[in-house]
Design a protein around this ligand. Sequence first.
Ligand code: ZN
Length: 246
Amino acid sequence: MHARCDRCATTGLPHPGRRRLLLGAAGAFAATALPNAVAQAAGPVDKTALPPAEALKLMKAGNENFRNEAPALAANGRERRLELARGQAPFCVLVGCSDSRVSPEILFGRGLGELFIVRNAGNTVDTAALGSIEYAVGVLGVPLVVVLGHQSCGAVAAAVEVVQKNATFPGVIGEMVQPIVPAVLEARSQGGDLLEASVRSNARRVAKRLTTQSLVIKEALGAGAVKVVGARYGLSDGHVEWMEDI
Ligand SMILES: [Zn+2]
């Protein structure tokens, strides 16, 4: 429970009230699942004990907390820093967009040492990103991978312009958005708002590709050690929509 006290000391906030009881319980679960390295002798840090489904619940609860504008429950104070200096045991890999409005720790109310984040414009996965994800899943034992697209994504909009207008962009921007083009083509065949449909299609496709093209992730999936989901964040309402059936 030291994490909660650490948080209160950091923020000066009282302990969670009634509305935050549920999230408080989730936070306590995370705190007990994470290693208390301060109290441990020197040695390797344990991987998180959170099962994939519980990790996803924490992310959902954190986003609900954010949307309700409740104070974040994450521990980021001195005690937590000391604990993390001994090693990390994050519970979620977050593949997100570089967009300044889509900061993962804020959207999900998480703190230091909880999210292993890969970000680039358009939340795609190249070799560097895939290696980072595989390291998190295969070595750190992270039980959840979330591929997060978002409303009005500029990189996806650029890919839409490539498809619709054969647009070109300076430098290597065009090359960067090329992996999003198949998502736009898929979305175009479905009708509706092309940009928003493409955002969802891109997140789902990237998540799906992780489950089919990475041997490390496939092995973890086979062992029930990881779950991979897509998601879409609404800039205006703060809501994260989950795509668990990819
Ligand atoms: Zn974006």
